[in-house]
Design a protein around this ligand. Structure first.
Ligand code: AMP
Ligand code: TRP
Length: 336
């Protein structure tokens, strides 16, 4: 039996932060040799909210370079850019026509983003999860590693695939493969540094709320120094009454590679004055190799271009085969 297929993606909106890394990319890297992986930079998703045309292309390259810098290995994985493959847009249209609109109106992320945007909500924002379903279904993905926040979109993807198969498959034939979400509990939800009850997010207006993978040591030091804490004595993990404390200790554990018991033993008698420098040092050290690799990749643009060209060719072959299957099932004629 061949390896199972994995597909995932990140949007090129701004810099990647620790939540993206620990909730998503680090898990891709750890499991990659067991799977046949496709990782895309989802730049079509990036324009569902107002975006800056002057930086879209550079932001896209940045994310692709960060994939490589974080350890995505081309021996096991294909890296590509969503907009380079037109099948993503085309399958989205076809799936739009079988997706009930209320399924999309019920999506938590849509509701949250729509509230934030007020008047200016595009059809694309509502349709975002269908594009995501197309991304996944085009590659017959078995597993989709994402953070907890994407679980609902994965369920929707499964519902769309099942509905399509039911409507257009002959004798229960699986035209679209139903994918499984792959959600790790550790690191699945990294919280904001300024509010431990909200997730760390690219869209938070405060830079102090997140640590970006490319932040220099001074920025990391400043952000951790200013981050929100509490005034309870002693530090602990797992107390829901202390969301900031829990988040910071969890971060320390993941970044240092220490278990919960080890973190508890080491930190329970500490105050913030002692813990913060420790977390700062650990974060700077953990990000250093990624930042060095990133610089090396960005300095060699020819290499990055060739990675994306190869990725596009490999991905396109798979995507086009699925698109053809779908169009045939829908009854389209094939042009000569
Ligand atoms: P996004 O930033 O929304 O493009 O998310 C890219 C990936 O990072 C997705 O798999 C998300 O689930 C994951 N992710 C984003 N923010 C966090 C967070 N605060 N904690 C854990 N995972 C996250
Ligand atoms: N919506 C995802 C997010 O914000 C990004 C994404 C787009 C994605 N297409 C995907 C993730 C396909 C996994 C698989 O994180």
């Amino acid at each position: 039996m061949g390896k199972q297929r994995v597909l995932s993606g990140v949007q090129p909106t701004g810099n990647l932060h620790l939540g993206n890394y620990l909730g998503a990319i680090r898990n891709w890297v750890e499991g990659q040799s067991q799977y046949d992986n496709f990782f895309c930079v989802v730049d079509l998703h990036a324009i569902t909210v107002p975006h800056n045309p002057a930086t879209l292309a550079t932001d896209t390259y940045t994310i692709a370079a960060l994939y490589l810098a974080c350890g995505i290995d081309l021996e096991h994985s294909t890296i590509f850019v969503q907009s380079h493959i037109s099948a993503h847009s085309e399958l989205t249209w076809l799936l739009n026509c079988i997706t009930p609109i209320n399924w999309l109106q019920d999506m938590i992320q849509f509701k949250e983003k729509a509230i934030k945007q007020g008047e200016n909500v595009s059809t694309g924002l509502l349709d975002y999860p269908v594009l995501m379903a197309a991304d996944i279904l085009l590659y017959d993905a078995d597993q989709v590693p994402v953070g907890e926040d994407q679980k609902q979109h994965l369920e929707l993807t499964r519902d769309i695939a099942a509905r399509f198969n039911h409507m257009f498959g002959q004798d229960e034939e699986e035209i679209l493969k139903i994918p499984e979400p792959m959600i790790r509990t550790e690191g699945a939800r990294i919280m904001s540094l300024t509010d431990g009850t909200r997730k760390m997010s690219k869209s938070d207006p405060s830079e102090l709320s997140r640590i970006n993978l490319l932040d220099p040591p001074e920025a990391i030091t400043k952000k951790i120094k200013r981050c929100k804490t509490d005034s309870v004595r002693g530090l602990e993990l797992g107390n829901p009454e202390r969301p900031e404390c829990n988040n910071l200790l969890m971060l320390y554990g993941i970044l240092s590679g220490k278990t919960k018991d080890e973190v508890t033993a080491e930190c329970q008698d500490m105050g913030w004055g002692k813990f913060k420098p420790l977390l700062t040092e650990t974060t700077i050290e953990a990000l250093k190799p990624i930042q060095e690799q990133y610089k090396a990749v960005m300095d060699d643009r020819t290499y990055l271009d060739s990675v994306l060209k190869d990725g596009r060719e490999k991905a396109e072959a798979v995507a086009n085969a699925t698109l053809k299957r779908v169009k045939t099932a829908l009854g389209y004629s094939t042009p000569l």
